[in-house]
Design a protein around this ligand. Structure first.
Ligand code: GLC
Ligand code: CA
Length: 585
């Protein structure tokens, strides 16, 4: 493959390190057990000191919280327990004061069923906003039984349609029934979205958006049935009917036009799109629709498409292949890429891709940090990742899980199996593996009863993990060798060597399954870096590739040793050890 055909300009949103905050679980400031905006403000110095440049806040808008704020009932107001509009404006100001940028979540595939638009739409068939959502008359079978308009399954509930007795029609929801899909075909509706969800916040100084589920606004016209892949089921996985539809790029170009007058960034969440030609339509610099996207290839490992909780085996080879799948994009095309392993929809990366056993988890956290911080593209961290937070334990009972997806899944298994204990046990194990809840437990600030997330006599909205006594910010912040210190050091190096790590070309080096190894090359200066990481619990040998065995090779950073110690010269890696070598150009 030819290299460096496109010269990527340096930009703040390419080299900026993004840190995602989940408002409900970050920091409670007023003793109600729910995180809030003043809580976030109180931790801005902490975030900055990690080396973060851009904060992404998950939805903090007014919402009945069916899906933790991804069901918005007013784009122009704040969820009351999180604070006020003034608090939010202060958050923007205080972030800027510290030299950081701030982006918000733009959730515009659907609204809450409590949004005034939907309440109006629902009120009568001839309401002017009726067409802003997908309303359809029922079908009837040969016995005269009422049936849904098509066979689509939603992501969170079984059918994607809910019956509304008021006007005797169904409405469509690709997610929960409290999240009716907006009808983007309706131009007036689109204009209202742009005004309320986008311009309102641009005027208030937000630096861009993480765009929720960016490829679902255009559905296949006529909403045809999905192909039958599970004949025994009443509904079918319908992703192909509502993803990357025919008008999606037209809509995104409209959004691009609105944003073009501002120095803002966009990152789209792009599920179910493994094909690079399709991805490029969203992010090529020529099309200019989005600056970059978050691909799902790595975080979907271990999950069955269309059925998240059904386990799929995978190994370290799959992990390496998926994690590096988009690494050569910037060298080969005019598009930019992203790097991440965690967000609010995924279990913790140490638990999923390495080991969260006490003997290994520190090394595992640093090893994954080493890989991520040396990869090409914009780097996204999720709160708690910087201290090596892990999944909730196996001992957690199913009622600890609060996420709508987890709750619906567990309820469905109990109902179908008529409370069969084997099925219930299996479902519990599946939740422990891949539930979204693992990312949503309170942030672990210290070793006190509620981990410093809220006052000790308050019941937090989700249980604090017991392991917070061993994994918390207070213990790590001034401790040499802690996971947090390691992240700070390696992020500083990433910035120092931005043309190598952020912008440099990526070249994978074939190694055995459990060894991840790659080169980064600064095409301008010729500087090179070699990264080696042991993804396993075994001790591994590796060999320096040509040119890296020489005297000019320096040791830059490693999980286990420093350049004052002789180990770095030996080509042996301890379990979950990783190292970075460098050769100046
Ligand atoms: C995205 C969000 C997720 C949410 C869904 C529906 O996938 O990341 O949390 O449930 O969209 O808005
Ligand atoms: Ca609070």
């Amino acid at each position: 493959m030819p290299h460096a055909t496109f010269q990527h300009k340096t930009t703040w949103w390419k080299e900026g390190i993004v840190y995602q905050v989940y408002p409900a679980s970050f920091k409670d400031s007023n003793g109600d057990g729910i995180g809030d905006i003043p809580g976030i403000i109180s931790k801005l110095d902490y975030i900055r000191d990690i080396g973060v440049d851009i904060i992404w806040v998950s939805p903090h808008f007014k919402s009945p919280q069916v899906d933790m704020g991804y069901d918005i009932s007013d784009f122009e107001d704040i969820h009351e327990p999180y604070g006020t509009l003034e608090d939010c404006e202060r958050l923007i100001r205080e972030t800027h004061k510290r030299g950081m940028k701030i982006i918000f979540d733009l959730v515009i595939n659907h609204t809450s069923d409590q949004h005034s638009w939907f309440l109006e739409s629902r009120s009568s068939k001839d309401n002017p906003k009726r067409d802003w959502y997908f309303w359809r008359a029922p079908k009837f079978d040969e016995h005269g039984n009422r049936c849904r308009p098509n066979n689509w399954r939603s992501q969170f509930t079984k059918p994607a349609w809910t019956w509304d007795p008021l006007t005797e029609e169904y409405y469509l929801h690709v997610y929960a029934s409290g999240q009716p899909d907006l009808n983007w075909e309706n131009e007036e509706c689109r204009r209202a979205i742009y005004e309320s969800a986008i311009r309102f916040w641009l005027k208030r100084g937000v630096d861009g958006f993480r765009i929720d589920t960016v490829n679902k606004y255009s559905k296949v016209p006529g909403l045809p049935d999905a192909p039958i892949t599970e004949p025994q089921e009443a509904t079918q996985v319908a992703v192909c009917r509502y993803t990357n539809g025919p008008r999606i790029h037209e809509y995104l170009k409209e959004i691009k036009d609105i944003l073009s007058g501002f120095d803002v960034m966009t990152v789209g969440e792009l599920p179910n799109t493994p094909d690079s030609n399709e991805v490029l339509q969203y992010i090529s610099a020529r099309s200019g629709e989005l600056n970059m996207v978050l691909n799902f290839d790595t975080v979907n490992l271990g999950q069955t498409p269309g059925n998240r909780f059904l386990p799929q085996p995978f190994d370290n080879l799959d992990f390496k292949n998926q994690l590096t799948k988009w690494q050569t994009l910037p060298a080969e095309t005019d598009a930019w890429t992203t790097v991440f392993l965690e967000n609010h929809d995924q279990g913790r990366s140490i638990s999923r891709f390495a080991s969260d056993l006490p003997a290994y988890r520190q090394s595992a956290a640093k090893m994954l940090a080493t890989i991520l911080a040396t990869m090409t593209g914009t780097l996204f961290l999720y709160q708690g990742q910087e201290i090596g937070m892990v999944n909730a334990p196996e001992s957690w009972s199913p009622d600890e899980y609060k996420c709508v997806r987890s709750v619906n899944y567990f309820r469905d298994i109990c109902a179908r199996s008529r409370n069969n204990s084997g099925s219930i046990e299996q479902a519990r194990r599946n939740l422990q593996r891949v539930a979204r809840d693992h990312a949503r437990v309170p942030m672990q600030w210290d070793a006190t009863h509620n981990a410093g997330f809220c006052d000790e006599d308050v019941q937090p909205w989700m249980s604090v993990l017991d392991v917070h006594r061993e994994i918390n910010v207070a213990d790590q912040i001034n401790t040499k060798g802690s996971v947090l210190s390691y992240w700070r050091s390696i992020l500083a190096l990433r910035k120092n060597y931005a043309s190598l790590f952020v912008y440099g070309s990526f070249v994978a080096i074939e190694q055995e399954r459990n060894l991840m190894s790659f080169l980064k090359i600064d095409e301008r200066t010729g500087a090179k870096s070699l990264i080696v990481a042991n993804l396993s619990r075994e001790t591994l040998q590796f060999t320096h590739p040509d040119g890296f065995a020489s005297e000019e090779t320096q040791f830059l950073i490693g999980t286990h040793s420093n350049d004052a110690e002789p180990e770095w010269q030996q080509q042996v890696l301890a379990p979950f050890e990783a190292r970075v070598y460098i050769q100046q150009g």
